[in-house]
Write a protein that binds this ligand. Sequence first.
Ligand code: SF4
Length: 214
Amino acid sequence: MRRQDKADRIGRMLDELYPNPPVPLDHSSPYTLLVAVALSAQTTDKKVNEVTPGLFAVADTPDKMVQLEPSEILELIREIGLAPTKARNLRTMAEQIIDAGGEVIDDWEFLESLAGVGHKTASVVMSQAFGHPAFPVDTHIHRLGARWGLSRGTSVEHTERDLKAVFPRETWNRRHLQIIFFGREYCPARHHDLTTCPICSWAATKTRIRQEMS
Ligand code: SF4
């Protein structure tokens, strides 16, 4: 089956399963979404959503965040993975935003210049806060892109390019969320039987199926 035909069929299945996928991280503004995404690296969205209400009660704007010492931010996000680094980054990021005018704006260069913000975090904000077409690829999407035979998956950058090529631009913003939800619901990280799955049974290559079952 051609890669494009697979993508079309997978896209139809995902649209049926998750017609309106919600944004998983709780937020009330582009800034609070940016902070939540920055906190989510190597941490579950559930844990981030447990911690952010307390953080945002104290600091839901860069002006308020900059009033806090990194040690005070750390106290508020202590339960999150890599908390000391993230606390320092949140403080620096707030200073950078204030220096640039005080607002989180929809500009790739600006977002990617912020402390602790890489291309994936910037993509989430561009997509979920501003509605610009973007395709944030995390490890789950990266793995599924390869399992489904939509990308050779040598790097997340490569996977992003391949997925953008097979899914229509107007679907990117919901498609990346749908793949995350599907992965969370159905796909274990480790080896298992792909032949019993509604997608991998026909989308994965025989070689891939053998590899995953060994
Ligand atoms: S076979 Fe496994 S990895 Fe592939 S889509 Fe199904 S559940 Fe996910």
